[in-house]
Write a protein that binds this ligand. Structure first.
Ligand code: RRO
Length: 310
């Protein structure tokens, strides 16, 4: 069978498929479900300084081909994720990805320092949530992005990845790539949900979820092509930075396409919400099957080798 193992910043992953930060990864029970599945790592919910209840419900809604959410960073606070990382590591011995989304730079500094003494293997800095009421998507503020990456990469003794929001303009890709080059960024996870979508129920003549007047982050199949474009562009601009593709992956062929575009691994979000933990095995098996049909033995045989028509 083809080998779909990979590595990010020296951390070995048995397969290139694991869970995204966000869906079903807030509590120990949820994280243990990920741990017991064949997800090759355990990614935890983005955390803040203090525990947060998040936005008012309803705040998640399935769509025929995806999902919307405006969870508003519900999490148990960073101290609890340091404790959970230790429990998960000793019980399951899988790579652990912590996600940090402090509400201010000072908060991120405290949290990153504290995670130096944790069992997390990779630390994902998340400045890309579109759903924090009263805050813009920080990943679109390039001055803030530069300043915070500078601070957190200086403090953090573990590999720091960055979870980027989607970008839509080549000028923005270039600016972000320039910022990432300046700092010690171990990997990129791309993309967060597409911010400020709006879903309307035409019968009730109302929006689908409560927070922010219905504006929300869009995920699932609707965003796969934006994910592919973001992964491709960042791979072109930063060929030595591993990229974890995230957004709209439902099948092994989706993973294959992401790796062709340049991804080193992928994270599953909406499909994990909708199908549950069996999605990890199904998608890994589908990827192996498709690679076998093409005669590929490992991801390196085709990573980044997307052909263009010119
Ligand atoms: O919790 C959320 O509402 C959330 C976060 Br932190 C994020 O990064 N992306 C998203 O779609 N939702």
């Amino acid at each position: 069978m083809p080998d779909i193992s990979t590595q990010i910043a020296g951390i070995k992953l048995e397969t290139c498929v694991f869970n995204a930060s966000g869906p079903n990864d807030v509590t120990l029970g949820e994280l243990e479900t990920v741990a017991k599945s064949v997800s090759s790592a355990i990614t935890m919910k983005s955390c803040t300084l203090k525990p947060r209840k998040g936005n008012p419900e309803p705040r998640y809604h399935d769509l025929p081909e995806g999902s919307i959410n405006s969870m508003g960073l519900p999490n148990l606070g960073y101290k609890e994720y340091i404790r959970l990382a230790s429990i998960l590591k000793s019980k399951y011995n899988k790579p652990i990805v912590a996600s940090i989304s402090g509400l201010a730079l000072e908060d991120n500094i405290i949290i990153f320092k504290a995670f130096n003494e944790s069992k997390a293997d990779l630390i994902e800095f998340n400045p890309g949530s579109p759903n924090t009421i009263g805050k813009p998507t920080m990943g679109y503020d390039f001055e803030y992005l530069d300043r915070s990456l500078n601070e957190v990469t200086k403090i953090c003794k573990k590999p720091v990845g960055i979870k980027l929001p989607p970008y839509f303009d080549f000028v923005h890709f270039e600016e972000v790539a320039k910022i990432i080059k300046k700092h010690k960024v171990a990997y990129i996870s791309s993309i967060n949900s597409i911010g400020n979508a709006l879903v309307i129920d035409p019968v009730k003549e109302q929006v689908a979820i409560k927070p922010k007047g219905g504006f929300c982050g869009l995920g699932g199949k609707y965003i796969k092509y934006t994910t592919l474009a973001n992964v491709r562009k960042f791979h072109e601009l930063l060929p030595n930075v591993p990229i974890v593709g995230c957004g709209g992956i439902y099948s092994g062929i989706d993973v294959f396409e992401l790796v062709l575009a340049g991804a080193t691994a992928v994270q599953l979000g909406t499909i994990f919400m909708q199908e549950g933990p069996s999605c990890f095995k199904r998608i890994q098996d589908e990827l192996r099957g498709y690679m076998k049909s093409k005669g590929y033995k490992s991801l390196g045989d085709f990573r980044g080798k997307l052909k263009t028509l010119d």
